[in-house]
Ligand binder design. Structure first.
Ligand code: FUB
Ligand code: ZN
Length: 652
């Protein structure tokens, strides 16, 4: 080929790659019912701050070690045996392919931010193994092949076949957006085409017991423009009556999409499945605006947040079925609260805020981000929680953090959410820019009218409540800067170029700063991050008479090893009437935290020496010894040694 032609080709490829890198995590640019559009990961550069060490641990430790474990456990070999590169038995549960795809998606998000040659090369090798394992028909699943080939599409309720495909498609899209390469996406697309060809309303029925593919198909539609993928998502969300024959009634609860999604009236069944189903349904709404979807989504969101969600943003109270419980059934020690379930609420909230830009969705997102999901990854990036309970007895056998789980869905899910975090800070709308999250960062992007815009955020959030934003449009421009004022941040104030903003600053809403912005204009947002006490609805029986401590977006907990020597964490009653907080920045503790101390009392005596039951009053705070208790952010629990932990503390 002529040199000039090669140069033109290379330039065209570079342009295409650049175009892909400018696509956000959720690409609603052409979604007719989206009020907001995402901003690509590549446009937001995080500086030092709360998320920097967490995200660095993902890149340096978590991603490489998980790949090593995939190799050790034979999870990548599962692909090699299909391509004939290795003659080994298949290992792991039937959904292990999805974990590899999620890992790839996380790597792709890292690369969307900046190149990382070692991770890129590792991922490229894994992609080769995956592509080589695909059948000519397009079918690809390492479990339902060879000796299990006859099981294909027969175990639709629990088989995870389309669930795996969903993760493959998402990885393919993220990889294309990171590198411009379409190889992985083509693998996913071929399998999606195979499913579309073989199954559907006028063909064979199909069903996926674990929703996930719906989100992927919606994004595949956005990515390719081919509407058949959205139609397939709609078909799966609507359910096919042919699938309902011989489903035991209790499974209807569990299988969130076996009946039409719009027939759901409450959050129930397996929490991750429900959270993903709602996310996929919100995607479908963003594309179609169907009123029945809007009504169902809002009803379910209300049910979750008013009755079934933990203070940490976690969902799923029961181990049995990894499921939601009854309204207000929110036990602390038994809380199942799978990391993936908290993450599913983040996907859902992100879609909801793009449809209906209300602060409550990103408040809820932020709650799960800083607490329920954040707790899932150890500070060193090597260990993961599958469950994130709100109370632990301190029994070392609990093994709450582990490097590996047979069902290792949570580790790569945590990786992909942290790797993609810059993509969740901003959105645009026709009238301007939306600031959802606060973190030291630089945005280099453009408004929807084409105005080139840079925004610098300087902040020590969430430890500190001040956020300084400097707005640099290329030239003076009239637009609205919408700032999320979290519901907890009372009082909050805003100044622009040093002058108080003219309208009231309402917590729990986006504050629209509408004006003509000059390059260099300064906004200072001040959020009250003083420690606060939170009470649960009295119907949450387990939390009666207890309080939780929050500071900014962070939920706090007590760990036994921080409490006065010789006392048990569970014996203390927080002086809710006069806590007399002391806040201390501890740079060397738990990766750097603001530690809290509060007044508390401890009834005299030793519960371990009391009978199990005795005449009232056996244990009261009437005669009590005062003391000071110590609290640390919940996400740091169980990072030192096995010790009792509690979020909800008896109050006096
Ligand atoms: O079903 C396999 C995995 O288990 C999924 O990723 C999660 O929902 C978890 O519950
Ligand atoms: Zn999980």
């Amino acid at each position: 080929m002529k040199r000039s032609l090669l140069i033109v080709l290379a330039a065209a490829m570079a342009l295409l790659a650049k175009d892909q890198r400018s696509r956000p995590v959720l690409d609603t640019a052409r979604s007719p019912h989206a009020a907001l559009r995402g901003v690509p990961i590549s446009a937001v550069r995080f500086g030092d701050g709360f998320w920097a060490p967490r995200r660095q641990a993902v890149v340096d430790v978590s991603l490489p070690t998980l790949l090593e474990l995939f190799e050790q456990k034979g999870i990548i070999d599962n692909f090699r045996r299909l391509s004939g590169k290795k003659e080994v038995r298949r290992r792991g549960p039937l959904f292990t392919d999805s974990d590899v795809y999620k890992w790839l998606e996380a790597v792709a998000f890292v690369l969307q931010e900046r190149d990382h040659p070692a991770l890129r090369q590792s991922a490229a090798r894994v992609i080769q193994e995956i592509a080589a394992a695909q059948e000519p028909s397009g079918y690809l699943n390492t479990y339902y092949s060879r000796e299990n080939r006859g099981e294909r599409h027969k175990n639709m309720r629990h088989g995870h076949e389309l669930y795996c495909l969903g993760h493959l498609i998402q990885a393919g899209i993220a990889w294309q957006r990171a590198t411009g390469e379409t190889r992985l996406l083509e693998v996913g697309r071929r399998m999606a085409d195979y499913v579309d060809r073989e199954f559907g309303p006028n063909r064979r029925p199909i069903f996926e017991g674990h929703p996930e593919i719906e989100l992927a198909l919606a994004e595949l539609y956005r990515s390719t423009g081919d509407r058949k993928y959205l139609a397939l998502a709609a078909y799966l969300l609507q359910g096919d009556p042919r699938n309902e024959a011989d489903v035991p009634p209790r499974e209807f609860v569990y299988l969130f999409t076996i009946k039409p999604f719009t027939s759901r009236t409450r959050m129930e069944g397996h929490a991750v499945r429900a959270g993903y189903a709602c996310s996929g349904a919100a995607d479908y709404y963003l594309e179609t605006g169907e009123a029945a979807y809007a009504a169902t989504l809002q009803r379910l969101w209300e049910d979750m947040t008013a009755r079934k969600q933990y203070l940490t943003g976690g969902i799923g109270s029961r181990a049995q079925g990894e499921a939601f419980g009854e309204p207000y059934e929110l036990p602390n020690q038994q809380a199942y609260t799978e990391s993936c379930a908290a993450i599913s609420t983040m996907f859902w909230n992100w879609r909801m805020v793009h449809a209906w830009p209300e602060a409550k969705y990103m408040d809820n997102f932020e709650r799960a981000l800083y607490n329920g999901a954040n707790a899932g990854l150890s500070l060193d990036g090597r260990l993961y929680c599958y469950r994130n309970p709100l109370e632990l007895t301190g029994n070392p056998e609990d093994q709450i953090r582990n490097p590996w789980y047979d069902t290792t869905c949570c580790p790569p899910n945590l990786q992909r959410i942290l790797a993609s975090l810059p993509g969740y800070v901003y959105s645009t709308s026709r009238d301007g820019l939306w600031v959802h999250l606060y973190h030291a960062s630089r945005l280099d992007w453009k408004l929807e009218d084409g105005t080139v815009l840079r925004v610098d955020q300087q902040t020590g959030y969430p430890w500190k409540g001040e956020v300084d934003l400097t707005v640099h449009p290329a030239r003076a421009a009239a637009f609205t800067l919408h700032l999320r004022i979290p519901a907890w941040a009372s009082p909050a104030s805003v100044t622009v170029n040093g002058a108080p903003w003219r309208e009231p600053v309402k917590p729990g809403a986006y504050l629209p700063l509408k004006r003509t912005w000059q390059p260099g204009d300064r906004v200072r947002l001040t959020l009250n991050v003083a420690p606060r006490l939170t009470q649960a609805n009295p119907r949450v029986r387990e939390n009666l008479g207890k309080v939780a401590v929050e500071r900014g977006p962070l939920v706090y907990c007590m760990e036994g090893l921080d409490q006065p020597p010789g006392t048990h964490a569970f014996d203390w009653y927080l002086r809710a009437d006069a806590p007399q907080w002391r806040e201390a920045w501890q740079a060397a503790q738990l990766g750097g935290i603001t530690r809290l101390e509060a007044n508390a009392v401890r009834p005299s005596g030793e519960p371990a020496r009391q009978p199990l039951y005795a005449a009232y009053p056996m244990w009261t705070t009437a005669k009590a010894t005062p003391g000071r208790i110590t609290l640390i952010p919940y996400y740091t629990f169980a990072n030192r040694e096995a010790t009792p932990m509690q979020v909800w503390i008896p109050a006096r």
